[in-house]
Design a binder for this molecule. Structure first.
Ligand code: THF
Length: 304
């Protein structure tokens, strides 16, 4: 199954359109790609041609579902993948040449600092479980309702009540709020389908860092599909990944060349050890990956 990924990587590296992107690093890029992976028999599309820290991806997914948009809880759990954006904003705003570790320490130790500098704006979690709703406040004015829409809770209800629906989806792309986000959602729309007692999951990702982020995003899609299936008494089916702008950063040359020399090995499985009482009650210890014997980790810088 992983060959699809390596083939796409090779195609973009050799044929992608080279341009300077938003980050200034430069990419080779292609518009439009699709991959499919089966989740049957607990299989999970976890890359084996390099080690993926799947617990980092799992903690990130649980953080999205909690509705949190501040990096503090992630940093507390030893997850550093979102630190670079607040750190960059802090450095630009203050001119202070603070290093990453010191910044993260202050986020953990100082509640006020975390509130001021650790928040990413109304990103994923905010839209997933608390999409803003406005209600009439008289005189043609509207005010923001105290409680927003919980797309995830509504999705669970919809899968159970109307499994044949073509509207089983949630999205982070809130047009009105995109300008206030530290980064507009990359993995932006998730859609589900019930077929023959199985739950299939699809992700549309408008922008994909194929060398780094993809592995996390496909694991996240598989994980939430498994969780939803469990909550709705369905078997896991397959996951479909659709990429918009799929790219490789030019400073990932070593990673790309090394990974393309490797051959996929083994078939990892994801096990959920418990059935929590709702989609919001899962914890990291509920997840276990089996039969994962990846090849060595390949370090690569993240473009901010
Ligand atoms: N920006 C860019 N340029 N790439 C991305 O993948 C990306 N994301 C999120 C938001 N912006 C992005 C952040 N997610 C890593 C993994 C996921 C990230 C960001 C960084 C990363 O550095 N992974 C390393 C080390 C993991 C670790 O230290 O635990 C790896 O080797 O996998 C895509 O959602």
């Amino acid at each position: 199954y992983e060959q699809q990924y390596l083939d796409l990587m090779r195609r973009i590296w050799t044929q992608g359109d080279e341009r300077i992107d938003r980050t200034g690093v430069g990419t080779r890029s292609l518009l439009g790609a699709m991959m499919r992976f089966s989740l049957a028999g607990d299989h999970v599309p976890l890359l084996t041609t390099k080690r993926i820290y799947w617990k980092v991806a799992a903690r990130e997914m649980l953080w999205f579902l909690s509705g949190d948009t501040n990096i503090r809880e992630l940093v507390r759990q030893g997850v550093h993948i979102w630190t670079d954006w607040p750190l960059d904003a802090y450095r630009k705003a203050t001119g202070e040449d603070i290093d990453r570790d010191t910044f993260e320490r202050r986020i953990i130790d100082d509640t006020g600092f975390a509130a001021r500098w650790g928040d990413l704006g109304p990103v994923y979690g905010a839209q997933w479980v608390n999409w803003p709703v406005y209600e009439p406040a008289g005189d043609g004015l509207y005010r923001r309702a105290e409680k927003g829409r919980n797309q995830i809770a509504e999705l669970v209800e919809s899968i159970r009540a109307t499994p044949g629906s073509r509207r089983l989806l949630f999205t982070g792309w809130n047009v009105a709020e995109v300008p206030r986000m530290a980064l507009p959602p990359c993995h932006m729309t998730y859609q589900f389908q019930v077929a023959d007692g199985r739950l299939n999951g699809l992700l549309f990702q408008r922008s994909c860092d194929l060398g780094l982020g993809f592995a996390f995003n496909i694991f996240g899609l598989s994980m939430i599909t498994r969780m939803l299936a469990q909550q709705c008494d369905l078997e896991p089916g397959e996951v479909v990944w659709q990429g918009g702008d799929v790219h490789l950063y030019l400073n990932h040359a070593d990673l790309v060349e090394e990974q393309l020399r490797r051959t996929p090995s083994g078939a990892p499985k994801l096990r959920i050890n418990r059935r929590p009482s709702s989609i919001f009650d899962y914890g990291i210890d509920d997840f276990e990956v089996l039969d994962y014997a990846p090849q060595s980790h390949i370090a690569a810088p993240v473009a901010v």
